[in-house]
Design a protein around this ligand. Structure first.
Ligand code: ATP
Length: 230
């Protein structure tokens, strides 16, 4: 599969029962971009990300991720996509070292040196035998592990939520200086506008089930469409 965009969404409708959350949503995420997704609580950001991973099945519409069709080619997508959710959870009986070994066994491709490098940046290696993690540590660990298979696309659902200021800084530095710099596309939801302004090159806003605004950050800045991004 080959395609220009990392994510292509055409007329997507997704519901929970009779409750339509996404209603004819369109979005194109260029390869290599750092794409920030804004939207109020309950707007459907998590639902959208889960649909990209093939976890939610659309009622209608087309969703292609790295040229693969979501749901139908879910395995192809999960082999190439990293995912950090708001509430990353791990097998509680495994420590960091064991989690890495498990990933190495289950992933098609695994670069432990890179994972060790990221763990180091978060000062997590000293905790390699730890198996109970705080919320923020889970997020840090989820990022480190999600990068182990050197994904072409990284999906992040409110990733810096709950991180302390230093961990937040490390997290954002890894995203910009290592992940994006290596050509990986990053698609992340956030409520923190200064954070989006600091790292994203594209922004979209989801409202009432649709993307109501999407553009390059520089265009939004110069047109003053989102004053807070100025
Ligand atoms: P937040 O910013 O609060 O994380 P969000 O934009 O990520 O919100 P979603 O989690 O996608 O929003 O939720 C969108 C809507 O879907 C909400 O109205 C929510 O009530 C509904 N919803 C989410 N998960 C389920 C579920 N498992 N069953 C039924 N409804 C759900």
């Amino acid at each position: 599969a080959d395609s220009q965009a990392a994510i292509e969404i055409d007329n997507l409708t997704v519901s929970y029962g009779s409750n339509q959350i996404l209603r004819g949503l369109n979005l194109q995420v260029p390869r290599g971009s750092i794409y920030g997704l804004l939207g109020a609580n309950g707007a459907g950001k998590t639902t959208l990300i889960k649909t990209l991973l093939g976890i939610r099945t659309p009622d209608k519409g087309h969703v292609r991720v790295l040229g693969f069709e979501a749901v139908k080619q879910r395995q192809e997508i999960s082999a190439r996509v990293g995912y950090v959710s708001e509430s990353s959870n791990f097998y509680e009986y495994l420590n960091v070292k064991e989690l890495c070994l498990l990933c190495r066994k289950t992933q098609r491709h695994w670069n432990q040196d890179k994972v060790d490098h990221y763990l180091q940046l978060f000062a997590l290696p000293g905790k390699k035998t730890l198996r109970k993690f705080s919320k923020g540590m889970k997020t840090q660990l989820a990022l480190c592990l999600s990068l182990g298979n050197e994904p072409d696309l990284l999906l992040l659902d409110e990733p810096t939520e709950g991180l302390d200021p230093l961990a937040r800084e490390v997290f954002l530095n890894i995203l910009i200086n290592e992940v994006a710099a290596s050509g990986t596309t990053i698609f992340f939801s956030s409520h923190v506008i200064p954070e989006i302004a600091a790292i994203a090159d594209h922004v979209a806003i989801v409202y009432e089930g649709k993307i109501v605004l999407s553009d390059e950050l520089d265009n939004l800045r110069s047109s003053h469409k989102i004053l807070l991004l100025a």
